[in-house]
Design a protein around this ligand. Structure first.
Ligand SMILES: *Cc1c(COP(=O)(O)O)cnc(C)c1O
Length: 501
């Protein structure tokens, strides 16, 4: 990045009276403002930057270029699925007929939108093998909350009131134990075996009359496919618990295997990872949930239903929202309306564009790219955490040896990659593996990009041997250097004060 100077704050460009007001055909009406009582009016003018349209445009464009993004850089952030998201999905979701639709508009005027949502529910059912889907949760963690709330509602409806333990494998995403706790359960950790699969003996010892369920993902966060998943399902079901599938990332299994067939009772899907919409910067998400037959009555509301034309004598099928009357045992509403419409529409268009065949290709290339990258990195001297296992959509390398031999950490490697034009992989997650990098190339990257990444990693390994100081000090070329993460979190200060004049 070639920014020589520190980017200024927009206030620093401000000059009194400057602005872009000339573009308004006429000044906004004042009369409405004049009617406000004195007590409700501010006494001092607000501190707003007064800049020309050109200054504002340049300022924000430059700021956007200070970031790494999927539009500018390879972004192999494990567990986040930073794939290319086709612009066509965006264009369709931004159609004025969708954008202008009011969430409280009469159902008769929103049949097109409702039809898209209904078909999205159906496609997600087909792809996961679940019996019902609700689209309203707004993020992965929100979907998890819905899922565990349904598990609790299921046990409660059977008067099985003692079940408050959720089993979580050691390698789980941090949101899993957090969700269990938020839902009033106790998270109980079970170990993972040396080969990356769940330790079945530990699992057998952990289940019992207090088991509400288990939260796990397959492929696991260790990047490997849990081979004895049916046995895991049997053990938990026999103990009276339910199985929760963390389907944040379905890239490795789309069109190949289905969580419903593996025996899972509930799943959340991060539509903002697997099905278009960039997952980054904490932007809007969609954590749709799917359930097996026994959890159907508890799905969160609203859900879209389709009433066939024949039954009502109408010309076309009619779509409508299901509410509390249709689903009296529902865990309720988790959002004011139906969910993040823009994200849901992008997922809908993305799935329609891919079709069944395209979805299988996503899984094949995601897996191929991960295994290719893993093999190439091992060739140039990196150590895989599970060298005996085939990777799924992602894999882990460990820098344990580099740390012992040269004092170079996973964080040093991550920061140095930024200098070389690559976003860093996920660092220090899962916590089970020391000095680890979790790498997910996704299906949308070319062999050339993957090779360039391998070359950068090989250069970093050379530097670790010959010039470790270079790595400790990285990044050297970015607008900001190594940040004090703890201080940035604990003493965050975003307040701008007008300089004294
Ligand atoms: C991203 C992710 C989540 C959480 O999703 P959010 O949308 O960030 O809440 C949960 N589990 C796994 C495995 C993930 O990768």
């Amino acid at each position: 990045m070639s920014l020589a100077l520190r980017e200024r704050l927009i206030f620093e460009y401000s000059r009194p009276g400057r602005g872009a007001r000339g573009q308004w055909p006429e000044a906004p009406a004042r009369s409405a403002l004049d009617a406000l009582p004195d007590g409700l009016r501010r006494q001092r003018r607000p501190l707003l930057p007064e800049v020309s349209e050109l200054d504002a445009l340049r300022h924000y464009t430059r700021l956007s270029q200070l970031n790494f993004s999927i539009d500018t850089h390879f972004y192999p952030l494990g567990s986040c699925t930073m794939k290319y998201n086709p612009r066509a999905c965006n264009a369709a979701a931004l159609m004025p007929e969708f954008l202008g639709r009011h969430p409280l508009a009469p159902v008769a005027q929103g049949q097109g939108f409702l039809a898209c949502m209904y078909e999205l529910q159906e496609m997600l059912k087909a792809v996961t093998g679940m019996r019902g889907v609700a689209l309203s949760p707004l993020a992965g963690a929100h979907g998890e909350f819905a899922g565990v709330a349904m598990i609790r509602a299921y046990h409660r409806a059977r008067d099985d009131l003692e079940r408050d333990e959720i089993i979580v494998p050691q390698a789980a995403h941090g949101t899993n134990p957090a969700t269990a706790t938020m839902c009033g359960c106790v998270a109980r950790e079970v170990a993972v075996g040396a080969d990356g699969d769940a330790d079945l003996e530990a699992l057998r010892a952990a289940v019992g009359p207090k088991t509400a369920g288990i939260m796990l993902t397959n492929p696991s966060t260790l990047g490997v496919f849990e081979r004895r998943i049916e046995e895991v399902a049997r053990i938990v079901h026999q103990a009276g618990g339910l199985l929760y599938y963390d389907g944040a990332n379905l890239n490795a299994i789309l069109g190949k295997v289905r969580p419903g067939d593996m025996g899972f009772d509930v799943i959340h899907m991060n539509l903002h990872k697997t099905f278009s919409t960039p997952h980054g910067g904490g932007g809007p998400g969609a954590g749709a949930v799917g359930v097996s037959a026994r959890l159907l009555p508890f799905l969160p509301l609203p859900i879209v239903a389709r009433e066939p034309a024949a039954e009502r004598g109408a010309e076309a099928p009619q779509y409508r929202w299901l509410g509390e009357r249709d689903l009296p045992q529902s865990i309720g509403r988790l959002t004011s309306f139906g969910g993040n419409a823009g994200v849901l529409l992008r997922a809908y268009v993305y799935m329609r564009m891919l079709g069944r065949e395209g979805m299988r290709r996503v899984a094949e290339y995601a897996t191929l790219n991960a295994n290719y990258l893993s093999a190439r990195l091992q060739q140039v001297g990196f150590e895989a955490a599970y060298p005996q296992r085939r990777a799924s959509h992602e894999f882990i390398i460990t820098l344990k040896r580099a740390e012992q031999d040269y004092g170079v950490t996973a964080m040093d490697v991550a920061k140095r990659l930024l200098d070389l034009g690559f976003h860093a992989p996920t660092t220090y997650f899962p916590m089970l593996i020391s000095e680890c990098l979790l790498i997910e190339p996704t299906e949308t990257e070319s062999k050339q990009t993957l090779d360039a990444f391998v070359n950068a990693m090989a250069q970093i390994l050379r530097e670790a041997r010959e010039d470790p100081e270079q790595l400790h000090g990285a990044p050297h070329t970015l607008p900001v250097r190594r940040l004090d993460d703890v201080r940035a979190a604990r003493e965050l200060n975003l307040v701008y004060r007008e300089p004294a004049t």
